[in-house]
Design a binder for this molecule. Structure first.
Ligand code: BGC
Length: 750
């Protein structure tokens, strides 16, 4: 199965943490790192982690000087009860990859069937040879379920074998380090409040100390051979010992079923957990492995991108799309964390990454999942309203820069709360969802309210200056190396778009008078306010430098000195780990695409010549220290006809985690960059855009690729799009005929 599997054929001790991330399994709810059944704690660098999306602990943020309105408390995703451990004793010898002789080793993630399989041929110090096959799965169809299938075959001996399975509630998070992108202040967040054995089922309940959340983990086993079971229950862990007589060439099949239920989703999680476990055991493992295959088959049918002629890219893309599916919260409590559910980087927080980088993939391929992500934003609107009040806005909503539960938890406001563009990003995704689905009801019920409330805050932070221009002061744009500036081009352009679309939302709302009245009485919006937004939109100030013919990133940007790139040693990147923020702020140096991103999202605001000037200007001063950057440069290089450049940026982005290009995948995957790789193909190489509500294409196929093929949903149609050396072909798979534009020429797809 070419390109559907990621394979490692050696046991890589040095990169163990990296592989724990790359081979982690998740389903949007539960995530388990691939820490192996043998316990390597204390022997190898490992983060043995299991997480639930949206399950977190809070702690008061300790500031040296706390000023008004600072975020009050942190939110950190928690490492919960560990069920990964299965140990093997063979006549008193312990199976370990760190001892004896590894005759062969293979670890494989299969993204078509949704499992990780490890195959080992191992010889103990005394010469006993064993074949060990381990298959793990976090189920997409039974989200609480993690299965380990553990098969052992003695190849040259008969003897006593002991299988030891552990469920361990004594868990902690990694602690803060010098890298602001990982770690929490404290490590131990969970107490064990229940540890019991009931009919050979081990049950542990963990509870947080502050956030008042709990999680029940239960485990049970299945063994195909007669055995003696001894259960040792300690205060916070349960050890199951299965002893049996093994025979040469007879396979021992051991299965461990684990169920995780948290108090957020389950009213009575203890009872529900055990009911689920019972059902799972009755159905048996094959049932869930089969269901996993069917589920993924459906996913790939609508979401796959076929790349012909470039295997590395194909592998990277499929891996990324699979990870997005693994990471996306599929209920109204959760979103997609910057690191998915694969590690503790960024503490499990949700950022604008979802709205600008990841939602396009889901909106065009799976509107159900996209809707859930938008609903998460809608469901946290009240918290955003409270935040707006705290920030001094009399009305409206201000979404948090980073969060799990909807409250702001960014402790560094210049690169956090000051990024008011988060409001425009969220609004942008609601508008795109409407343009793609034509779902008026969704706009009337949810979207309009989000648009009006976010627009109110953007209106409040701006004002009409002496020339009558609408200006927005003291905000931070996407580029986190330039903070608290006046008239960040990106923020102003995106606010303009938001203001413009409040009118559209108002019109759609007017088609349902009942809903309109409901919203008027709820938030007091009226036509006057929509007109005020319109006036601000008409007069929006967009910085432009006549001399250089570029859009400065903000009012002060061009007055700064250009960073001395020539004399910056390679090892000083990413700059954020080697220079005080103020040093960075004083220079023209960008962490990531900012103005270039604005051009991608709102191309109609300027001319293609200016876009080219900007691309060339910002390219020279952008470090791409953020993983959100190269995909945007790739897309815009395609837009400008720079074939090779767009490919180079793209390959850098598409294999960012697989090749560990940012050297920090050990702390978790980069979900925004993964969404960016889908965008790189669809918006970059194929050059797709929505303009005036219609689909436009400006394709540019890289020389190294023979063919690209994928499907999208657009306005109740399913389209199959193929780009090859002959050109672009668009097939209508379902729905009515549709007019599209290829290089500005109208074509009817029938
Ligand atoms: C980037 C942000 C991003 C965050 C999470 C930071 O390095 O600068 O734009 O939201 O990572 O991915």
């Amino acid at each position: 199965m070419l390109n559907w599997c990621i394979v490692k054929e050696n046991f890589d001790k040095e990169n163990f943490m990296l592989n724990e991330t790359l081979f982690h399994l998740a389903n949007g709810y539960l995530g388990v790192r691939d820490s192996f059944e043998e316990d390597f704690r204390g022997k190898l660098k490992s983060v043995r982690g299991t997480y639930i999306n949206g399950f977190y602990e809070t702690e008061d943020i300790q500031y040296g000087e706390k000023l008004y309105g600072y975020a009050e408390y942190s939110q950190s995703i928690l490492n919960i009860t560990d069920v990964q451990t299965i140990l093997l004793n063979i006549d008193g010898e312990r199976f370990s990859l760190l001892e004896g002789n590894i005759k062969s080793f293979k670890n494989e993630l299969n993204v078509k069937e949704g499992y990780v399989k490890r195959e080992i041929l191992w010889e103990s110090n005394s010469g006993k040879v064993l074949k060990i096959d381990i298959k793990r799965m976090v189920s997409f169809t039974r989200k609480e379920l993690f299965i380990i299938e553990y098969n052992v075959t003695p190849l040259n001996f008969n003897g006593e074998i002991e299988i030891i399975s552990i469920i361990d509630g004594d868990v902690s998070n990694i602690t803060a380090s010098d890298d602001p992108r990982i770690g929490t202040a404290n490590a131990k967040h969970l107490d064990v409040i229940r540890c019991e054995v009931k009919e050979n089922i081990g049950i542990i309940e963990n509870k947080t100390r502050n956030s008042n959340m709990s999680v029940i983990t239960s485990c049970t086993h299945d063994l195909n051979k007669e055995n003696r079971l001894n259960i040792d229950k300690k205060e916070d862990k349960i050890i199951f010992k299965f002893s049996l007589e093994a025979k040469e060439n007879e396979k021992i099949e051991f299965v461990k079923y684990s169920i995780f239920t948290d108090s957020v989703r389950y009213e009575n999680n203890y009872i529900e957990n055990l009911e689920i476990l019972k059902e799972v055991v009755e159905n048996g493992k094959a049932f869930y492995f089969d269901a996993q295959k069917v589920y993924l088959n459906e996913f790939w049918k609508s979401s796959d991108i076929i790349i012909d002629g470039d295997e590395k890219l194909q592998e990277g893309l499929r891996y990324n799309l699979y990870q997005l599916l693994q990471s996306v919260g599929k209920d109204m409590y959760t979103n997609i964390a910057a690191k998915g559910i694969s590690g503790e980087g960024y503490e499990g927080h949700y950022f604008w990454d979802t709205d600008i980088y990841i939602l396009p993939f889901f909106m065009f391929t799976n509107s159900f999942l996209a809707k859930n992500l938008l609903m998460y934003r809608y469901n946290t609107l009240d918290r955003a309203r409270n935040r707006a009040k705290m920030m001094g806005h009399l009305k409206g909503a201000l979404y948090p820069w980073r969060t799990i539960n909807g409250d702001e938890c960014s402790a560094f406001f210049p690169a956090g709360t000051a990024q008011y563009h988060i409001n425009t990003d969220i609004a942008y995704s609601f508008i795109q969802y409407y343009l793609i689905t034509e779902d008026k009801e969704f706009m009337q019920n949810y979207g309009a309210e989000v648009l009006f409330e976010t627009a109110r805050v953007m209106f409040d932070i701006g004002h009409f200056n002496r020339e009558g221009k609408f200006v927005i002061n003291d905000v931070t744009g996407p580029d986190e190396y330039t903070c608290i500036v006046n008239n960040n081009y990106y923020t102003n352009v995106m606010t303009k778009y938001l203001f413009e679309n409040t009118k559209l939302a108002w019109e759609i709302l007017n088609e349902n008078k009942e809903k309109l009245q409901e919203l008027i009485s709820k938030i007091g919006i009226d036509e006057e306010e929509i007109k005020a937004f319109e006036k601000a939109k008409e007069n929006m100030y967009l910085p432009f430098d006549e001399k250089l013919k570029i859009h400065p990133q903000d009012d002060s940007f061009l007055n700064k000195k250009v960073w001395d790139f020539k004399n910056t040693p390679k090892e000083n990147y990413p700059l954020l780990l080697h220079y005080h923020p103020l040093t960075l702020y004083r220079y023209q140096v960008c962490k990531q695409a900012d103005t270039v991103l604005a051009h991608f999202l709102r191309e109609e605001e300027t001319t293609i010549d200016i876009i080219k000037n900007d691309f060339e200007y910002y390219e020279k001063i952008t470090t791409h220290d953020s993983s959100l950057s190269t995909c945007i440069f790739s897309i815009m290089a395609s837009r400008l006809g720079l074939k090779e450049k767009s490919y180079d940026y793209f390959i850098n982005n598409a294999r960012l985690d697989l090749d560990d290009l940012h050297h920090n995948t050990k702390n978790g995957i980069h979900t925004a960059a993964m969404g960016g790789s889908w965008m790189g193909v669809v918006f970059g190489f194929v050059g797709m855009r929505i303009k005036n509500g219609e689909l436009h294409f400006n394709p540019l196929l890289p020389d190294k690729i023979n063919k690209i093929k994928f499907k999208i949903n657009f306005k109740h149609r399913e389209l199959e799009i193929t780009l090859d050396k002959e050109g672009l072909d668009i097939k209508l798979i379902s729905g009515n005929s549709l007019d599209v534009y290829i290089n500005n020429n109208k074509k009817t797809v029938e």
